[in-house]
Design a protein around this ligand. Structure first.
Ligand code: GLY
Length: 347
């Protein structure tokens, strides 16, 4: 079976019906699945033929403690290096799976079946497998590519509306940073119909993955270009650290809007392009309401332990389909954001 995309020489990405693709690509070895209770309830057929470890729900379980629990369960079940590990679920499940499989007994082969839109277009693609420490996202983790990823748009039918929308934020993000044609296509999409139009949904998922896979192929370990995938994420992570009101996609949507406005303020982006970005986010259903004050958000950005040499790396869109990464002093970034906040009268 031909994959839709290949990253490196060995990570194959398939878009299509999981029941047809999985039997073709799953090694004949013993298989251990990692999943969660929602998948067990909604898609029991996916777990029927494997031994399964269920993990909890929500960002709070993306910890080293969960990795330890999974490894302990593997040990009790006598799982060894010949076992293939299959992660079935959203981005949290695939991150946990990739991390546990990469470290248990120094590494088992693994594959993913992402069941959320965000997982299919972003989290499960590209081999980043991380967990959080003290609220800092993905502080411990690996770069290790899954052997395969199967993205089946049909699995998204059971996804709650809000979670589906979260995936749209990452699709819009990839269009803003790398694909003006995809952005223009999204401007014509009727988002209320998208989920039921399987063909269109598959086309959009394919376009998003094509862009991400190409970037990862050129810069797997995020030494340069891959940083562009963090558009809107510096602010989103600060928002998520201070408030649980928004999910990741919603926080990314707010972050993208604020950064696009700051890019206009800095003379990097035309006002018309910024308006198109905001209009598309609104049309996709994002309220774009910033849940915390700008001052608080910037405080989180500037004290972020992840920033190197005390500097922050910010991705600014420069036009639809292109962006730049600027390394800035935290106070330089804060004053740019505050200037823009005062001008717009935002919080
Ligand atoms: N989600 C960002 C990346 O994969 O690099």
């Amino acid at each position: 079976m031909q994959p839709s995309f290949v990253i490196g020489s060995a990570s194959r990405i398939y878009i299509g019906p999981v029941n047809e693709i999985l039997p073709e690509v799953l090694p004949k070895n013993r298989v251990a699945a990692i999943s969660d209770a929602a998948i067990d309830r909604l898609h029991p057929e996916l777990l029927a033929s494997c031994e399964t470890v269920l993990v909890g729900k929500g960002e709070s379980i993306k910890t080293l403690q969960t990795i330890e629990t999974v490894c302990r369960k593997f040990l009790e079940a006598g799982i060894d290096r010949s076992t293939f590990v299959l992660g079935i679920g959203g981005g949290i499940v695939t991150d946990i799976t990739g991390f546990a499989a990469s470290t248990y007994m120094r590494g088992l082969r693994f594959g993913f079946i992402p069941t959320t839109l965000l997982g299919q277009v972003d989290a499960a693609i590209g081999g980043k497998n991380g967990v959080n420490i003290d609220g800092y996202k993905n502080i411990a983790g690996t770069f290790n590519q899954p052997q395969f990823v199967i993205c089946d748009p049909a699995l998204l039918a059971t996804l709650p509306e809000r979670e589906f929308r979260a995936g749209l934020a990452e699709i819009i993000k990839i269009a803003v940073i790398a694909d003006a044609e995809l952005f223009a296509r999204l401007e014509t999409v009727d988002f209320a119909r998208l989920r039921s139009d399987r063909e269109l949904l598959a086309e959009i998922i394919r376009a998003a993955i094509r862009n991400k896979a190409a970037i990862v192929e050129r810069d797997e370990h995020e030494a340069g270009e891959r940083r562009k995938l963090n558009l809107g994420h510096t602010l989103a992570h600060a928002i998520e650290k201070c408030s649980t009101r928004l999910n990741h996609g919603e926080a990314v949507a707010v972050g993208m809007k604020r950064i696009a406005e700051a890019a206009v303020q800095a003379g990097l982006l035309a006002a018309g392009d910024c308006e198109r970005i905001t209009a598309l986010l609104v049309r996709a259903g994002f309220a774009l309401e910033q849940p915390i004050e700008t001052k608080r958000m910037l405080k989180e950005v500037t004290k972020d332990k992840k920033s190197r040499d005390g500097l922050v790396r910010i991705v600014f869109p420069t036009r639809i389909g292109d962006c730049i990464v600027r390394t800035m002093q935290p106070n330089e970034f804060a004053s740019l954001m505050q200037r823009q906040t005062k001008k717009e009268g935002a919080i």
